[in-house]
Design a binder for this molecule. Sequence first.
Ligand SMILES: NC(=O)c1ccc[n+]([C@@H]2O[C@H](COP(=O)([O-])OP(=O)(O)OC[C@H]3O[C@@H](n4cnc5c(N)ncnc54)[C@H](O)[C@@H]3O)[C@@H](O)[C@H]2O)c1
Length: 356
Amino acid sequence: MEKRIAVLAGDGIGPEVTAEAVKVLDTVAAKFGHTFSYDPVLIGGCSIDRHGVPITEEALSVCKASDGVLLGAVGGPKWDTCPADIRPEKALLAVRKELGLFSNLRPTKLFPQLASASPLKEEIVAKGIDLLIVRELIGGIYFGRRQTVSTPEGKAAEDVMSYAEYEIERIGRVAFETARKRNRKLASVDKANVLDTSRLWREVMHRLSAEYPDVEYADYLVDNCAMQLIRNPQQFDVIVTENMFGDILSDEASMLTGSIGMMPSASLAAEGPGMYEPIHGSAPDITGKNIANPLGTILSAAMMLRYSFDMAEEADAVEAAVEAVLDAGYRTGDIMQDGCTPVSCSAMGSLVAERV
Ligand SMILES: NC(=O)c1ccc[n+]([C@@H]2O[C@H](COP(=O)([O-])OP(=O)(O)OC[C@H]3O[C@@H](n4cnc5c(N)ncnc54)[C@H](O)[C@@H]3O)[C@@H](O)[C@H]2O)c1
């Protein structure tokens, strides 16, 4: 099969980790008889430096015309003082909106080889952690009206959170369908004891739940869910929630596994290309040292093979290669353990590619 991939390497360690994912994709192409071509696209700070905006219309068109988008990370101290409308992060919101990426899948899986990196007690980790957060990505407070005004009492600011029924229903369906492909257990997270948006959320989820009687369904208030993730993460299989709650809970969940550098994500639309990126940022503190962990990006590329290209066997091969490299004791600095072999970012990418 032939596939065009838009590569948005971005800033900081973004170019370092995406280069390793491309290395692995090239091996997959050679091994399974596919042709992958890559269109490099500027995004974030590097686009601000070149074009004065965090992403250009032309760059968005390249993403739209692709079969899948691979993103590194954007941002860094150099652009922290840019005006709000041209901040690097604005580009991420633009791509999500332009491609209609309403559904963000974030798997949280503890690799047994890295169990000691988890901050949780050994007896909790020993039972294994494998859950998936389905986060609504283009609605809610991050996309609502916002303003700061001056009042006689001083400044006041507001951010409006709104959800329409159809927005809740479409993410709900993704979550129920995803649960069906896993352990048929879905937790829906809201704040229905306070928020109207959450009461509507719950109403729609309950209606959908009747259509999926084979999926065990439960409601959680977001504060309780945050606590339960630490107390007993094994109670969860799939979690579905709105944009801001999902942002916070998925970072919390990623920490259960010990390293942010290991975690992939997929952002999907009803149709058209999906976007795949590690959940970490541009890590300015380790940029240019060839020490970043590329596995989150490599596993994101595996999600692209699975969800956008329908290449399950190829995705399995990449995931198995990552496991094999960890089994062999190779570690980047962030996941280093006693008795293991330290490797650079590029060496880690090569080791995975060799084992695909
Ligand atoms: N999706 C994105 O592009 C995205 C996401 C989050 C933050 N950011 C941006 O990234 C910049 C830095 O943000 P931050 O420091 O809060 O978060 P960060 O994820 O970049 O870094 C947090 C810590 O984790 C480490 N780390 C991150 N990824 C790693 C990897 N692959 N291997 C090894 N260590 C890794 C970093 O060295 C740092 O110590 C900011 O400008 C922020 O806005 C971008």
